[in-house]
Design a protein around this ligand. Structure first.
Ligand code: NAI
Ligand code: MG
Length: 355
């Protein structure tokens, strides 16, 4: 099988880590029978400054017409509003209908602070408060601003369905691991339907229905109110397996959970739709370390594996995860964000050697 992959480095250290991701794909063992072709694509703030758009049509068209998947680095966003600029990754998610944002958060034996964490947050990516339908009204007592929170049955169903599928897949992978301690897959539905009985109520109800399908009969389904869930996530992160959440809660939980594993440079994500996936490290363009050759490539390398998982190449993904775990556990080649002295290249070389 040959997969065509769009490479969108973006800005800053995106240009240092995406080439590392490409090297991983090029170096997969030949026994996997997987080949890749690549196409370099533009997006980001520098693209905006050069061309007037942060997401050229050519990038979107090429992804749609030619590619099976893509890797996205990071983009710099100005902290004050710049006319005409809007985030290309947000636009890409919409244009390609990448309705799920998937973020695994995992420790390894050598990097766990005593608590082994292995969870994944599955965040709805298309609606909730992020439909950005806001307005400000001048009232007699000053301004009042309001925003629409939109929850649909369709989006809630498909996000819950993919969360269930991820739970089953993780269980299959665990079954092959001698050190696994979890014997049943679990999905936690996150909501605040005690207060928002219609919007979050619909999410909760639909998630329950989606996850009650026969194919998920082996999955234990539970639910938690989002605020108490944050408490438990920080006290007892090892409890969680798959967490499914509407857009806003998922956004906040994702970054919070990422803090549990030490460095942003470790945490991958994928934007997933039906038949397409974009792997994307969670970190930004990191201008403070740009050009020094010390950015941690692990988040990107894990994003490569995550993309492959959603393109149906689970074996290849498992080998990449194992190589990364090996690098972290040995702790011989770690970048400065992990307390080490290694360069991006040295970490990449070590992972490649293990692969
Ligand atoms: P950031 O994630 O770029 O950096 C935060 C801190 O983490 C910095 O100290 C950085 O050096 C460190 N860090 C991040 N990734 C690292 C890696 N791979 N290896 C080692 N250290 C790493 O977030 P920040 O500084 O808030 O934002 C910088 C720029 O990135 C802004 O323009 C922001 O808008 C953009 N950004 C873009 C994102 C995206 O493209 N998805 C996400 C977050 C921020
Ligand atoms: Mg976020």
């Amino acid at each position: 099988r040959t997969l065509r992959i769009g490479l969108i480095p973006g800005d800053g250290i995106g240009r240092e880590v995406i080439p590392a991701g490409r090297r991983i794909l090029e170096s997969l063992p030949s026994s996997l029978n997987l080949k890749f072709s690549f196409v370099d694509l533009d997006a980001g703030y520098e693209t905006f400054q050069k061309t007037g758009t942060a997401l050229p049509d050519k990038t979107v068209d090429t992804l749609k017409k030619e590619c099976d998947g893509a890797l996205f680095g990071a983009v710099s966003s100005p902290s004050t509003k710049v006319a005409g600029y809007s985030s290309p990754i947000v636009a890409l998610r919409k244009k390609l209908d990448l309705y799920a944002n998937v973020r695994p958060v995992k420790t390894t034996a050598g990097n766990s602070n005593g608590k082994p964490i292995d969870l994944v947050i599955v965040r709805e990516n298309t609606e909730d408060l992020y439909v950005k339908e806001e307005r400000t009204i001048e009232g007699p007592n000053g301004k009042v601003a309001e925003a629409i929170k939109r929850i649909s049955e369709k989006a809630s169903f498909r996000i819950s369905n993919i969360a269930g599928e991820i739970a089953l897949r993780r269980q299959n992978i665990r079954a092959a691991s001698p050190t696994s301690t979890r014997d049943q897959p679990m999905v936690t539905i996150t909501h605040k339907s005690n207060v928002l009985s219609q919007t979050d109520g619909l999410f909760r109800e639909t998630a329950r229905r989606a996850l009650s399908a026969e194919k998920f009969s082996s999955v234990f389904v539970e639910e938690q109110i989002v605020d108490s869930m944050v408490y438990k996530l920080f006290r007892q992160p090892e409890f969680y397996d798959v967490i499914v959440a509407p857009n806003l809660y998922g956004d906040i939980l994702s970054d919070g959970a990422a803090a549990l594993v030490g460095s942003l440079g470790l945490v991958p994500s994928a934007n997933v739709g039906d038949g397409f996936a974009i792997g994307e490290p969670c970190h930004g363009s990191a201008p403070d370390i740009e050009g020094k050759g010390i950015s941690n490539p692990i988040a990107t390398i894990r994003s490569v594996a995550l993309m492959l998982e959603f393109l149906g190449e689970e074996k290849a993904a498992a080998q990449i995860y194992a190589a990364v775990d090996g690098n972290l556990d040995a702790a011989q080649f770690l970048t400065p964000d992990m307390g080490g002295k290694a360069t991006t290249q040295q970490v990449l070389d070590d992972v490649l050697k293990r692969l």
